[in-house]
Design a protein around this ligand. Structure first.
Ligand code: ATP
Ligand code: MG
Length: 415
């Protein structure tokens, strides 16, 4: 027996045609128009943005581009048969071009190792291209070469939630013609043909390219601002200088690259040179990463260190060189902080559970190290840390101990 629903719409009469769900009936009341906000992003894209902002300082345009393409990918609106993104990053050295790609992978799939990095300068000759795509059948070494750009390599860091790959072509201006043709094919059709004719699909890949083109011109624009003045923070003409740096980067790219390449890009982003305010924030991020390294090195010797403002100022005074961006600052942290810390650990002057204060002695012009507390349990240590390192310690403390491997008996037989 069929139960009939009187409220159900009648089947269309022959000839009346189908009514689409969004077609308004003539007698229905019009809904009040609602103003929609196209700038709001969904939860997952907002999480990516927050993750990138926590790791990358001062490169808002690049962050916005990555978040935009990710949002389009999530909603399925990316152009078909193209990579999820084709982005070219230009800008001064040490300004975060490579870091932002690593940070994207870290935030989305949990590790920066997911970035497949191709240093274009290393693939000049045809036998080097074989490292990327493998050699054709019959060639010597055909079976031994595992192409760097195979589908398996591309998919190896896919997670249940995120099925994206991250491919970085570094210093593309140094690419040979063979590599260049390969790159154009990927950017245009999202496919690559391997040496043995298998196809690799790049339609779930974000393609990032970096170039130092225009770096010399950018440098000459930045140079007059070197020294203490530059370290004093953004000046009134900073916006104008940024505009000039941007233009010189884009013009250099247009001079060097063919229109067919430029037309395949979704966006050219010129990274801003980092000023003192940005480097100060990067210092805090880097100190957090050193703290994580200390905690990851050994659970028994895990300790917490804290720097006074004077110690941070000293690291900045040594590490701020606008020409080299954050690279120089990282070198100062390694030399002035990490190396002395490793000596203190090796000589057991610092032991697990210690709280160490790092200060600056203006007389000797050295960082000083003082044990403020000792015997602090792991959980209590977490409370002394900044949020990212704190979450890390909590997770490490909660993780079950690694299973002990039973030693294999000598001469034992399997089966
Ligand atoms: N904007 C930034 N935010 C956070 N960290 C940064 C930033 N820029 C640089 N760093 C730090 O400096 C290091 C070097 O930066 P990165 O490798 O991204 O430079 P780059 O712009 O790719 O330079 P190059 O053109 O020389 O390759 C990074 O590993 C990171 O630790
Ligand atoms: Mg780089």
């Amino acid at each position: 027996m069929r139960v009939l629903d009187a409220a159900a719409p009648a089947a269309p009469a022959p000839g009346e045609g189908r009514r689409f769900p969004f077609q308004r009936r003539s007698n229905a009341r019009a809904a009040a128009p609602a103003v929609l906000d196209p700038c709001r992003t969904g939860r997952e894209a907002a999480e990516l943005e927050a993750g990138l902002r926590a790791l990358v300082v001062g490169q808002d345009e690049a962050i916005a581009q990555i978040v935009n393409v990710y949002q389009m990918h999530l909603t399925g609106l990316c152009p078909p048969q193209r990579p999820v993104a084709n982005l070219l990053f230009l800008g001064p050295t040490g300004s975060g071009k490579t870091r932002i790609v690593e940070a994207t992978a870290e935030t989305l799939v949990g590790t920066s190792r997911a970035v497949i990095k191709i240093d274009c300068a290393e693939f000049q000759h045809s036998h080097e291209i074989a490292k990327l795509i493998g050699s054709p059948p019959g060639y010597l070494g055909h079976r031994e070469t595992h192409p760097l750009l195979s589908q398996e390599v591309l998919n190896q860091y896919h997670t249940d939630r995120v099925k994206l790959s991250f491919v970085l072509f570094d210093e593309i201006e140094k690419a040979s013609d063979a590599l260049w043709n390969l790159l154009l094919g990927i950017l245009d059709k999202a496919t690559l043909t391997l040496g043995d004719n298998r196809k690799v699909d790049f339609s779930r890949a974000m393609i990032f390219m970096t170039s130092n083109l225009g770096a010399a011109e950018m440098q000459s624009l930045i140079s007059p601002k070197l020294g203490f003045q530059a370290a004093a923070g953004p000046g009134p003409d900073d916006g104008r200088m940024e505009g000039r740096i941007r233009r010189s980067g884009v013009e250099a790219a247009r001079r060097k690259f063919t229109p067919e390449f430029m037309n395949r890009l979704d966006k050219v982003v010129v990274f801003r040179p980092l000023g003192e305010a940005e480097l100060r924030r990067i210092l805090d991020i880097e100190l957090g990463l050193v703290q994580q390294r200390v905690l990851a090195a050994s659970a028994e010797r895990a300790f917490v260190f804290r720097l006074t403002d004077e110690a941070k100022d000293a690291l900045l005074a040594d590490g701020v060189d606008i020409r080299y961006g954050a690279r120089h600052l990282k070198r100062s942290i390694e030399r002035m902080l990490v190396q002395p810390l490793s000596n203190l650990i090796a000589t057991e002057q610092i032991r697990g559970g210690d709280l160490v204060r790092v200060d600056w002695d203006a007389g000797t012009r050295c960082l000083t190290f003082l044990r403020e507390d000792e015997g602090i349990p792991m959980q209590a240590m977490a409370e002394l840390l900044e949020p990212p390192a704190r979450a890390w310690v909590r997770a490490a403390a909660a993780a079950p101990p690694l299973p002990q491997k039973a030693p294999l008996a000598r001469g034992s037989r399997r089966g």
